[in-house]
Design a protein around this ligand. Structure first.
Ligand SMILES: Nc1ncnc2c1ncn2[C@@H]1O[C@H](COP(=O)(O)OP(=O)(O)OP(=O)(O)O)[C@@H](O)[C@H]1O
Ligand SMILES: [Mg+2]
Length: 162
């Protein structure tokens, strides 16, 4: 099993405090994500964005949440056997989990390199496979953690502050 963690330095102490002692979320929503379902994939991230917009979250944060969650949702559809998204809302941040079963990531460090992709022909036909999803998710999140076991599962956790 491989683990990768990335923390925005300016938020490090707040993030560690949150992770060490996670409070109860004010709201929690689950979404199912199906494999190779490019017709519906993206709906959960769009729903999350709309919800945050209604709550008055700034345009800049909405953009970051939209980009990170869309890329992660598509990754479940494109690279796994299916999974779910859990969106936990707090007063000052959103915590997102992208949990799937199936393929897992063989080389996590490599998967994070811009341009690296194992996307199959179908995924490429749908316009994905540039190998920019994970780098984009990292760039747009305050905290990112990936836990993956090859041939088994992948779990991605993101924190984005409002
Ligand atoms: N949920 C996942 N399950 C299994 N493998 C994954 C998962 N997410 C990413 N990967 C692996 O990491 C690689 C890089 O992912 P990344 O999102 O950066 O690029 P991509 O999905 O291939 O292309 P793009 O996101 O630019 O359309 C993927 O090609 C795949 O091998
Ligand atoms: Mg991707």
């Amino acid at each position: 099993m491989a683990i990768y963690e990335s923390i925005k330095p300016e938020k490090e102490s707040t993030i560690k405090q949150f992770l060490d002692n996670p409070p109860e979320p004010e709201m929690s929503i689950d979404y199912e994500v199906n494999k190779k379902d490019f017709v519906n994939s993206g709906k959960a991230s769009s729903d999350i964005k709309l919800l945050l917009k209604k709550l008055g979250v700034s345009t800049e944060v909405l953009r970051r949440v939209a980009v990170a969650s869309y890329e992660a949702e598509i990754n479940i559809t494109a690279h796994s056997q299916g999974g779910k998204i859990v969106c936990n809302l707090f007063s000052d941040l959103v915590q997102l989990f992208f949990i799937d079963i199936g393929n897992g990531i063989k080389d996590l460090e490599k998967a994070l390199e811009p341009g690296f992709s194992t996307a199959d022909d179908l995924v490429r036909e749908m316009g994905f496979g540039a190998g920019l999803g994970l780098p984009n998710i990292k760039k747009n999140s305050d905290y990112m953690k990936i836990v993956s076991e090859y041939n088994d599962h992948t779990e991605l956790e993101l924190l984005i502050f409002f």
